[in-house]
Design a protein around this ligand. Structure first.
Ligand SMILES: [Fe+2]
Ligand SMILES: [Fe+2]
Length: 466
């Protein structure tokens, strides 16, 4: 823990030297990563942040021993922590018998403001570290998926390899986009859900200050650990249990982000979660869903003729995104970057300007699939021949790790994608809206009928036989 405290002090010193705080100041150059890794490689007590329910909240979680003091966080506008407010948290079971998980929600924050926090250690409080709330009306997020750090079963080489490349992606993104407000990660945050893998996936030092909103990938389902390493807002409990979690939602700027656990096949639960998020935020200008499975995706996992789950999710969730008029769906799973045509009723929708990467008041929903963020992107010989796929970025000898930024204002969303190693822009797409009318969704019984009506049993039985 002392090592961790020193790392936080170093980060703070760097951010102050640079002047006004921006997340770019927290990037750790690749040349310094291995030395840093030695200080944290076995330390799962690193604190991490999740976006709060809106701009006025921030969520924190960290592991500690069972004997540590009850979780408190001091928050101040000053790095010396003077005039701080104190927030009391709650404790939960850890995946390890000799530890517990501490979760604190900090609220009544001003949007677009730099704060400093300090939290309870085994003895005393940590040194302060900065964080920043998103502004009102504009939000810029970093989108990645399949960080998927290995390292269960003692695979130390795999662990540091992925951790190093994940830090590299963060370094590139933050150095070139210091105004990122938070990260969206579309699942497979770890390879097997092991504690050692969470240490690696949360290891970039910027994650002590930059919130990351994750969803559950199929690899995260290999253990029950996911909820021990996140503190998600507005968690949805669902009508059927799930050993990892059921999704959640939050808002930032004019956007409502609905974070789905697409491993769940209970579509009524997805319907209810989305309904709750959207009814609570009727004036949101953008509706964005984040989930793991790339239902209009880029590679083999999206092959509806081979994978039953791909086809059923395409029918179930595709219908749901149509019903609620989602603007954008962000996915991962296939480890190859791509962008779909606009989709509605499982058909491509022509929108003027699409081929030039600029649309106004588009009809339908656009789906993005991320590559892997930390060295596990896959190779392809050619772009997959899927009718929904408009564009894809792939390597024939090595996979290409890519990160994206999405910048939202009231009437515009700019989505740019870059290679993670040298920041070459590989995709650009801009959406303008002059109105924000959304369809009135069908009641749940009608949604279920429409979902089943979409299923082509020839495709379904073919996928089951494949
Ligand atoms: Fe994956
Ligand atoms: Fe996956």
């Amino acid at each position: 823990m002392k090592k961790m405290t020193r790392a936080l002090s170093l980060l703070l010193a760097v951010s102050l030297l640079v002047g006004s705080f921006a997340f770019g100041a927290l990037a750790l150059p690749a040349s310094d990563f291995d030395a840093y890794w030695e200080t944290i490689r076995d330390d799962n007590t690193m604190i991490s942040l999740t976006p709060g329910a809106d701009e006025t909240q921030m969520n924190f979680r960290w592991h500690s021993s069972l004997k540590a003091p009850y979780p408190l966080i001091h928050v101040s506008r000053r790095p010396d922590m003077s005039q701080s407010q104190t927030y009391l948290g709650k404790i939960e079971h850890s995946e390890n018998a000799d530890q517990r998980v501490n979760k604190v929600t900090v609220n009544y924050l001003e949007p677009d403001t730099v704060y400093y926090y300090s939290y309870t250690l085994e003895e005393g409080f940590s040194t302060s570290a900065p964080f920043k709330t998103p502004p009102l009306g504009r939000v810029k997020v970093m989108f990645v998926s399949d960080i998927q750090c290995s390292g269960a079963d003692g695979d130390e080489e795999g662990r540091i390899y992925n951790a190093r490349l994940w830090n590299r992606t963060m370094d590139t993104a933050l150095a070139n986009n210091p105004d990122i407000d938070f990260i969206l990660a579309a699942g497979d945050n770890t390879h097997k859900g092991a504690t050692e893998e969470w240490i690696a996936s949360l290891s970039p030092p910027a994650l002590r200050s930059l919130p990351m909103a994750t969803v559950v990938g199929n690899h995260d389902m290999k253990s029950t650990v996911y909820n021990r390493y996140v503190n998600n807002p507005n968690t949805f409990h669902g009508t059927t249990p799930n050993h990892v979690g059921n999704g959640y939602w939050f808002t930032a700027g004019d956007v409502v982000f609905v974070m789905l656990n697409s491993n769940k096949i209970n579509m009524v639960d997805h319907y209810l979660l989305i309904k709750e998020a959207l009814i609570t935020n009727p004036n949101a200008k953008w509706r964005v869903a984040v989930m793991h499975h790339d239902i209009y995706g880029t590679r083999g996992h999206a092959d509806i003729h081979r994978h039953t789950d791909a086809y059923l999710l395409q029918c179930g969730l595709g219908t749901l995104f149509d019903e609620y008029g989602f603007d954008i769906v962000l996915t991962g799973h296939d480890h190859v970057y791509g962008r779909s045509y606009y989709m509605k009723n499982n058909k491509n929708v022509d929108n003027p300007g699409y081929e030039d990467g600029k649309v106004t008041d588009p009809k339908g929903t656009i789906y993005f699939t991320a590559s892997a963020a930390a060295g596990k992107s896959r190779t392809m010989e050619a772009m997959a021949d899927y009718p929904w796929l408009a564009y894809s970025v792939f390597g024939t000898e090595t996979g290409i790790d890519i990160y994206s930024t999405l910048e939202f204002t009231n009437y515009e969303c700019k989505i740019y994608s870059y290679t993670a190693d040298d920041n070459v822009q590989v995709d650009s797409f801009e959406i303008s809206k002059t109105s924000h009318d959304y369809p009135t969704p069908a009641p749940v019984w009608l949604y279920v009928i429409r979902m089943f009506a979409r299923i082509d049993f020839k495709i379904l039985f073919g996928a089951m036989a494949a």
